[in-house]
Design a protein. Structure first.
Length: 157
C-alpha cells in the first residue's frame, strides 16, 4: 500500500513538472498579426524602424527579472514569425536580476521584421522591430546624393 502511494505521488509530481516544462516552451511560430500589448519589457534598441550597415544588431532593454525572451523573424511565405536560430538553437535569453538585457543578432543584408517575444509567468508580450541592413556601398551612395536646388531654380523648374 505504501509503495503504491509513493509511486502515485512521484507520478503526480512528475506530471506537474512535465506540464510546467511543456507550458513554458516558446511558441513554434507567431501569427503575422501578433499582439504587441503587455508591460513586461521595454526594448530600447534598436528603435521601431532602423537602417544600418552593421549586420550585427544589438537588441537591448529592460524588464522583469526572470522573464524569458525569444526572437522571431517574419516569413512572408508562411505569413508568420519564425524562430531566429543561432548555432541550431532558437535565440533566447532570460533577464537576470539587474533587469537589463542585451543580445546581438546577425542578419543578412535586406529588410527584417523581428518580434521579441517575452514570457513571465502567465503574461506574454511581443515587441516588433523593423531593421533594414544595407551594404556600405549603398550607404555611401545615399550619403553622396545631393540636389542642387540653385541649379533647379535658375532653370526655372
Amino acid at each position: 500500500m505504501l509503495k503504491k502511494f509513493i509511486f502515485t505521488l512521484i507520478a503526480a509530481v512528475s506530471l506537474v513538472f512535465l506540464t510546467f516544462i511543456v507550458s513554458s516552451a516558446a511558441p513554434a511560430s507567431l501569427p503575422a498579426t501578433v499582439s504587441t500589448s503587455g508591460n513586461i519589457i521595454t526594448v530600447t534598441n534598436p528603435p521601431s524602424f532602423s537602417t544600418t550597415t552593421n549586420k550585427g544588431v544589438v537588441f537591448c532593454g529592460y524588464g522583469e527579472s526572470g522573464t524569458k525572451l525569444y526572437f522571431y523573424e517574419y516569413n512572408s511565405t508562411t505569413n508568420t514569425y519564425k524562430p531566429i536560430y543561432e548555432n541550431g538553437e532558437h535565440i533566447s535569453l532570460t533577464i537576470n536580476s539587474s533587469g537589463v538585457f542585451w543580445k546581438k543578432i546577425n542578419f543578412n543584408s535586406g529588410y527584417h521584421k523581428v518580434v521579441v517575444y517575452a514570457e513571465s509567468g502567465s503574461s506574454t508580450q511581443s515587441v516588433k522591430r523593423e531593421i533594414n541592413v544595407i551594404t556600405s556601398d549603398i550607404m555611401d551612395r545615399i550619403k553622396g546624393f545631393s540636389v542642387n536646388v540653385n541649379g533647379i531654380v535658375k532653370k526655372g523648374i
